[in-house]
Design a protein. Sequence first.
Length: 317
Amino acid sequence: MYITHKIDKDLYFLNYSGKSWPTGSNIIVVPDQNGLNIVDAGLNDKSSFDGFELCINELGYNVSDIHSIYLSHGHTDHIAGVNLIVKHCTPRVYLSQKSIPEAIYPALQEHYCLPSSVREISPTLQDFDILGNFKDGCGEWSLENIDLIPIEDGDRLELGKHRFMAIHVPGHDIGLMVFYEPSLKLLLSTDLLQSSGPGSALPWYTTAAGGVSKYLESLSRIETLDVAHVLPSHGFMNVSIAEAIASTRKQIQTREARILSSLNNGPKSCDELDKVLFSQFLMEICPWYSSVTEAHLVFLENIGLIAREEKGYVLIE
């Protein structure tokens, strides 16, 4: 389930080979004199973990050598694997301060992924069990029994000889971090940028996690970095940082344009606009993509372009 790629003499990129949900996160491995640092932990799933363990063994280490885990944010496909790793060792586990609550409390995981405001406007999701879906797909994910060490915006994280700067980029998740290593001009873009394979489903965002405006601000923030190499949390990055930022931004802008174009033909419900933005295949696998539609509707309402009426969303003349 994982394929190892050597990025530097002591930095490895473990690419998760699955292509559709549930898709475990890629994992960064950085050896040092005390053992292993890793960034993100993937799924709580035997097959996934066995593949991860095999990669670690091929590097000459055991899972028990992991002493530090740095989590980019609190989504289940990034944190669930911690619960398997801690059966072998007692690592320090770091997570964005703003993501800690959702990694512990199921109600907050649901809030940031499928806000109640989405259920209110999407009848098809009123009884959807998103937490059950996450448990079935990612395994037991809650880190309520783990002592989580907070990461703040601007923190310098020492992973072996590398010093990564943590940069808070909300939108996808309330506490999403990317990690920048200036000496390598390397950005761990986590779930911020659209990439290949399963990463092509990005950008994904919710109102509760910051919404459209915060996502666009996050893209602008990393635009100033001097980056030569990008490693995403899903798939590969096959284009430059500038191209990745541009394509991610364009996807957000295209979604907005499609909504406005559809409303130009008359009122539409959230469910109807879902069909404008996303394929039936994607909505069947990940019905919580309605959260993205709702994030755009809230954004467009806030800037005065649309209004919500009993018959649906309408353009404001």
